[in-house]
Design a binder for this molecule. Structure first.
Ligand SMILES: *Cc1c(COP(=O)(O)O)cnc(C)c1O
Length: 355
């Protein structure tokens, strides 16, 4: 248990128009901070007004990308309650990330306690309109001023919150995906399974390239053979081919998404065959030619389910389901969002109330 000192803002910012929230534009009144010092551990947990943080210009995070993050949401249910979705899974994933990055971790219970404490203070910031939510961004940074490359002796774990809009305010429009066959995102033994900032910095070049070619996101292939599908941008990726749903195994190069895990649980519950074997991109393109590529979709906290309407791989283009959301994608979307916003009963035990 953390001993959290409550010193929140006494003045409140004006709340933004809920129909124009977008993603990651507005921030709430307060943030959570806890310090970590080698030899002492975590200390001085506090909820304080949201404000710029002072860092020494030599702080190690600024030079060697010694940082990690998480992404999760708080949802407002029809009766006004606030709930989280599987927050323990984010806490566990952050521990795995931090182990790889030589960063200190909060125990699962303390992570969840900190998230709940901040969301509880920021309750009024959880938006009301359908599809809106409060995005929660926990992160760890190495704060010690030191230019030698080694682990840091001081760190901070911080949580900020941002009210975000309905992802599909204009209906679910399938995305166009460019299959990246030059750059790679993650290699065996690397950091692909972690949410560390460097992964995203290194992936931007492919996003820029995809945009230049008229595509919205990149589908990454494995780094060794450029043969197997891995994931899309910041989403895991699923392919329904001839009745079976395929998604890449989370063996180190793929981020183990909480949404991915939840989709697999639901598909299995519904009796739909799921395969986590490696899937060659050539098989996906061939399935399209044979009329067997039934659905393709990305999964992640931001969009929940993001249908893919078009895949471009080298000279070939696959058009999926006439640019419409597929049956399974739709059912997963309705079920997950129903549970998250408290519209349908959570018979999976995935939601956690915030008092
Ligand atoms: C965060 C993320 C995901 C999705 O994870 P969720 O827990 O479902 O939000 C997938 N891939 C990458 C690379 C990510 O950063």
């Amino acid at each position: 248990m953390l001993d959290i000192k409550l010193a929140p803002a006494t003045e409140h910012k004006a709340k933004p128009d809920e129909s124009k929230l977008g993603f990651g534009i507005y921030y709430t009144d307060n943030m959570f901070i806890v310090d970590h010092t080698e030899g002492i551990g975590w200390h001085d947990a506090r909820i304080v007004p949201y404000a710029p943080i002072a860092l020494d210009p030599a702080a190690m995070v600024l030079h060697y990308a010694m940082e990690s993050f998480e992404g999760m949401k708080a949802y407002r249910t029809p009766n006004g309650d606030i709930q989280l979705f599987r927050p323990d899974k984010n806490a566990e994933r952050m521990i795995n990330t931090n182990r790889r990055m030589c960063l200190p971790s909060l125990p699962v219970e303390d992570f969840v306690q900190a998230v709940k404490a901040l969301v509880s203070v920021e309750k009024d910031w959880v938006p009301h309109q359908p599809g809106t939510s409060l995005y929660i961004r926990p992160f760890v940074i190495a704060t010690e001023p030191h230019l030698g490359v080694r682990t840091s002796k001081t760190h901070q774990f911080i949580i900020i919150c941002s009210p975000v809009g309905a992802y599909y305010s204009t209906g679910i429009n399938p995305v166009k995906i460019f299959v990246e066959d030059e750059y790679t995102r993650a290699c065996p033994g690397g950091t692909g399974f972690t949410k560390c900032g460097g992964n995203y910095a290194a992936s931007l070049i492919s996003q820029v390239k995809a945009h230049e070619l008229g595509y919205e996101q990149t589908l990454w292939l494995d780094s060794q053979e450029h043969k197997y599908v891995e994931e899309v941008g910041s989403m895991n990726c699923f392919f329904k081919i001839d009745g079976t749903v395929y998604t890449a195994p989370t063996v180190g190069t793929v981020l183990p998404g909480v949404t991915r895990m939840s989709c697999i649980d639901l598909l299995k519950k519904w009796g739909i065959p799921v395969s986590e074997d490696r899937l060659p991109i050539a098989d996906v393109m061939q399935a399209s030619k044979d009329g067997k590529l039934e659905e393709v979709f990305g999964t992640g906290t931001a969009a929940v389910i993001s249908p893919v309407g078009e895949l471009r791989y080298e000279g070939d283009v696959a058009y999926i389901n006439n640019g419409e959301i597929g049956e399974i994608s739709h059912k997963l979307y309705d079920t997950l969002t129903g549970i998250q916003w408290g519209i349908i009963e959570d018979d999976m035990g995935w939601t956690v109330k915030v008092d």
